[in-house]
Ligand binder design. Structure first.
Ligand SMILES: [Zn+2]
Length: 232
């Protein structure tokens, strides 16, 4: 994993140490004399925000941080092949990110869609679930809000069946169960409940259930807070 170019790489930074585990990986690679590349995750709004705050170009802030972090990594004695260093904001790197994206788009695997996201109003950035701790942003500790955002999505569900197929891979059963639960495929049916309510155009609520046989026992229905009907 490439560290984010936040500027400092020391034990107290914690987060940078906990996540990519630079030292153990470096030790294993040393023992096996295998290729150990390094790079810097150098794109994103934190760089832009820091630049706005300091009145400088984001490149200046990012490159200065990289120089410092490179020095720190070297002083820790980490054994990297520096001739293969990558910096994700460099054109010679991101041309490949763009190339991959174009391939996904050409094959209808990237599309525009609306989806709820975790939004940090201070960093002005979308956060992954892992970056939200107790409802707060991991970087600035602001309260994170849910927002419906038009964005690029990947059609990963097209590979759900393939991702459940492990017969040619020698993985422990525990990992296979984790993978199956992550894909989360379940068999069931869609049922439409008629809807009639003044001021609401929709004429039905469609639900998915794995137990259609229990539908006659339904006495009430609860919509998820992010369901579009709730806003009405
Ligand atoms: Zn934040």
């Amino acid at each position: 994993m490439f560290p984010y170019t936040s500027g400092d790489l020391h034990i107290g930074t914690g987060m940078l140490w906990r996540r990519p585990m630079f030292t153990p990986v470096s030790n294993v690679c040393r023992a096996l004399t295998s290729l150990h590349p390094i790079g810097f995750d150098a794109f994103g709004l934190p760089a832009e925000n820091a630049a706005i705050k300091r009145g400088i170009h984001p490149r200046e802030w990012t490159m200065k941080n990289i120089d410092n972090m490179r020095k720190q990594l070297k002083s820790m004695g980490s054994m990297y092949d520096w001739s293969r260093e990558v910096i994700t904001c460099a054109p010679e790197y991101y041309k490949w990110t763009q190339w991959f994206f174009a391939k996904l788009f050409e094959n209808d695997l990237a599309y525009r869609g609306k989806a709820p996201v975790n939004w940090c109003p201070t960093c002005q950035v979308v956060l992954a679930n892992e970056q939200v701790t107790d409802g707060k942003c991991w970087r600035c500790e602001s309260e994170v809000v849910k927002r419906d955002l038009e964005q690029w999505l990947f059609r990963i569900t097209r590979y759900a069946d393939e991702l459940m197929e492990h017969k040619d891979i020698d993985w422990p059963e525990r990992i296979q169960i984790m993978q199956r639960n992550w894909v989360g495929k379940s068999y069931g049916t869609e049922i439409s409940f008629g809807l009639e309510h003044p001021g609401i155009e929709e004429k039905e609520i469609r639900i998915f259930t794995t137990r259609p046989d229990t539908v006659f026992g339904v006495t009430f229905m609860v919509l998820a807070p992010e369901h579009p009907l709730v806003a009405n």
